[in-house]
Each structure stands twice: as C-alpha cells, then as structure tokens.
Design a protein. Structure first.
Length: 478
C-alpha cells in the first residue's frame, strides 16, 4: 500500500489533542443538521438532462446551494450561467489577512436513478437503513457539499476559519458537457487558489483514509447506424436486408478482445499501476460480480481500472422486447464511453474511437459518430505540502491510520482544467464515494461515519494548512 510521506499525527503542525477533540465533538454534534440538509438536497431531481427531468429541478438545487452559502456568511455568491446551459454556484468567504486561499469543490447534479423500481426506497428521498443513508446523490456528490459545510461550521465555532475559502458547486459534472470548464477558462481569476479540495472521490475502503492521486479522462460518443429507408417485415425481407441493429452489435463487439480487454485501434492498453493494489476477491465483492462470472481483461485489477483505457456501452436505442414487431431494423443507436488514463489525450482518444467505430461497420452500413462529452485525465502531486497536511488531518480523523494513495477509474473533467489554469495550486481529491456507496447504481448510499470523519479531516486540514502557510517565509497570498 502506497502511503503519503510524513502523514503522521504527531508532525509539527498536528492539531493539539484538546483542540482536535473539541472540533471532533462539534462535527459530531452537527451530524443531525448534516442529515437534514442532505435530505433536502437529495429531494431535488437534479439530473442535468432536460430530456429526463425538468430543468427547474437543477435550478431549484442551485438556489438551495446559493442560500446555504449566504447563510454561512459567504460573499459574492453567484449563480454562474455556464456555456452548456446549466448553473454552477460560486461563493467566497474571506479569511484572515495574508491567509492562503482554499477552493472547495462539489457538484449538485446527479446521475439519473435508472430503474426506480429496483430501489429499495425512493431514490430522491433520503432514507436511513442498516446504518447508511440512501438516496441518489447522497455520496456523489451532494454529500460532498455537506462535508464542506460541516467542516467550515465546525471551524467557525473554534476560533474561526483560518483561510480564505472559495466554493464552487458544479451543475453538470455527471453529463460531462464541459460547462464549468469553459466558464473557468473564460474567467481564470475566479477560481484561483493555493490549494483545491475536490470532494468528489472516496476512500478505497470504508474506514481507510484515502486520497486519489489519479483520475482517468473520458470521451462520450453516440454512434448511429443506418442501413434501410425504413423497417421491413422480417419474414418477407429478413436474410438479405441489412439489419442496422445487427450491424451495431458487430461494431460494438469489435471494441473488446476475447478476454474482454478494450481494443480501440491505435490506443495503447498495456500500462501498469505500481501503487495501492486492488485484490481480485475484493473487487468481485465491491462490483457484486455473480458467482461463476469471470472478470474481464488482463493484468492486475488496479491496472485495468486505473491505468488502462476502458470502453463501456452505456445504452442502446432499439425496440424493447415488450411490443417488438417482426421487423428488420433500419436504424440503431448507442452511447459509448471511453475512459483513458493520464498520458493519453482524451480528444485524441475520441478521434481513435470514432475512426474505429466507422471502420468496423459491416456490409457498408452508414455510421455517424457524434462526440457529446469529454474530460482530460488527471494526476496529482502527492509530495506537495498540502498533501502532507491532508495526510496528517486524515490520520488524526481516522484514529492514527496513515493516508493511503489510490487511483480512480472515474473522471472529474474540471480537475485538468484547474491544473492547467493554476499550475502552482495543490489539488487534493477526497470524498464519500467508497465502494459500498454504489454511486451511479441503484440504491446509492453514504456512510454517516465517513461523512463525520471526512468533515473532521477537512476541518483539521484547513487548520493545519493555514498554520504551515503562516510558518512559511513566503506565505501564499491569493
């Protein structure tokens, strides 16, 4: 297991035990409020896709976030109209003169609930069950916003917040449409900071304090196959008429080798991960793989989910089984995502995938590919002073356990934008999306214990980071 250097609770900037206990007690006392606010947030059906849910749901969630920031004393609170037609929420809370600036990130938009009938409790109603809180967005990432608010409130009751705080809460992260990235590029002064805490990842295992050092990037494409002017009777024309759905299936099948490895022409898929490993049995349990079903791909699980590209067919437009007619399909469509590791440009990967999809078409079928989303991969500098401060804070919050460093197969498109805009900023990734949270799946949940500990860790980090900046001869001022 890779550990962060100098991530010890007894370091020179460690929080005094009495102070730590007092802050921890305050964080614990704030948990009922955290649950109540998370319940309010989860109730918004804030899927940033008006084809699935009314845009008003996202707008109402954005107003809730803005009101919450104003209630905490944030100034310059603003609803930012981003180029993709959604709203992100920004706020600034001034700290002591000369203090460093820390940007806290979360997003209020969520994935669609998928099959609502498969949820044990309603997806947009926070429900406590078996020691966890269930609801869409509870962990990803409405819980991340509540984590930030709880940490700030705890510090506010113990001497005040020792840094300048900026908060940005995105409104379309799950859609990958790039609105906030483009807004930040057009307004580069807005999000400048000395350290950035992205509250949208999670511990490698519940109870194991973890920072994420690597994120895969993503390209999201839609492919359409056309073969006929219209559907045909399968008895009269089947056997000679080219079936668009069958052609699409062949195209999609070409994206995987026999063992399930991703095979996009021209895209390397042999990288390895040298850090924290992911045992096969643990992965099978986390992924809930059925007995007798094999894992796909080659190499270690960490290689496959953190260091290599991975293609996934997200959906197919075709007639449902119920009500299907005996017809040869004239058209078929699919959504395909491609995750790429650091070192691979997501735009170039999208071009390779597009070319592959087009070249794999059988029978001269017409193929049209549209790119609908993209995010670049990201790698953090885990040797930075902010990581040392975070390692110490996580260790204090988790009873002396040292911080682990892991990768993540998911994407947070804004990370690479922030790294490009502010190359001197230290970017840290923590959050509530540990494996049991089942983010993006039915029955998503958050562990209240993780919420409490990570809120405490963030509060201790802000205190420690401010202390280290004050003791540095050239203290940052942004």
């Amino acid at each position: 297991m890779e550990q962060a250097p100098h991530a010890r609770p007894d370091g020179p900037a460690a929080t005094a035990p009495a102070d730590r206990r007092a802050i921890a007690a305050t964080v614990a006392a704030l948990q009922p409020r955290a649950k109540a606010e998370l319940s309010e947030l989860v109730a918004f059906k804030s899927v940033a896709d008006p084809a699935q849910f009314p845009k008003s749901e996202c707008e109402a969630a954005a107003r809730w976030v803005a009101d919450a920031l104003r209630a905490e004393g944030f100034t310059d609170v603003a609803l930012l109209d981003t180029p993709d037609g959604t709203e992100s929420v920004y706020g600034f809370l001034p700290g002591p003169s000369g203090a460093p600036t820390v940007l806290l990130y979360a997003h209020y938009d969520v994935q669609p609930p998928l099959d609502e009938a498969a949820w044990i409790s309603p997806p947009f109603e926070l429900t406590e069950r078996d020691g966890r809180w269930y609801g869409r967005g509870a962990a990803d990432c409405k819980g991340g916003l509540i984590m930030h608010l709880t940490a700030l409130r705890a510090l506010g009751q113990h001497g005040g917040i020792p840094v300048n705080v900026k908060v940005i809460v995105e409104g379309s992260e799950e859609q990958g449409t790039g609105g906030l990235e483009r807004y930040a590029e057009a307004h580069p002064e807005l999000l400048t900071a000395d350290a950035i805490v992205i509250g949208d990842t999670g511990n490698f295992r519940c109870g194991l304090p973890t920072v994420t050092a690597m994120l895969r990037g993503m390209a999201l494409l839609r492919v359409r196959v056309d073969t006929l002017e219209g559907n045909l009777h399968s008895g009269q024309f089947g056997g000679a008429a080219p079936d668009a759905l069958a052609a699409l299936i062949r195209i999609l099948d070409s994206l995987r080798a026999e063992d399930g490895s991703t095979t996009v022409q021209g895209l390397a898929a042999d990288e390895t991960w040298d850090g924290l490993q992911y045992p096969d049995d643990d992965f099978r349990k986390d992924a809930k793989v059925l007995d007798g079903v094999e894992l796909i791909g080659s190499g270690t699980v960490a290689d496959r989910v953190w260091a290599r590209p991975a293609v996934t067919v997200l959906g197919i437009d075709s007639p449902p089984v119920v009500g299907a007619t005996p017809s040869v399909q004239a058209s078929a469509r699919a959504a395909v995502s491609l995750r790429v590791p650091p070192g691979v440009d997501a735009g170039q990967a999208a071009e390779l995938l597009t070319a592959h999809l087009q070249s794999a078409a059988p029978w001269g079928a017409r193929v049209a590919v549209e790119q609908v989303g993209q995010g670049q991969p990201f790698r953090a500098d885990t040797a930075s002073p902010a990581y040392t401060a975070m390692g110490r804070a996580l260790s204090e919050a988790y009873d002396g356990q040292e911080m682990a460093i892991a990768g993540a197969g998911g994407s947070i498109p804004l990370c690479n934008t922030l790294a490009s805009l502010y190359p001197e900023a230290e970017i840290l990734l923590i959050g509530l999306s540990e494996p049991d949270a089942q983010i993006h799946a039915v029955n998503e949940s958050v562990s209240p214990e993780e919420l409490e500990r990570l809120s405490l860790a963030e509060a201790l980090f802000l205190r420690s980071y401010a202390d280290e900046a004050a003791n540095t001869p050239a203290a940052p001022t942004r």
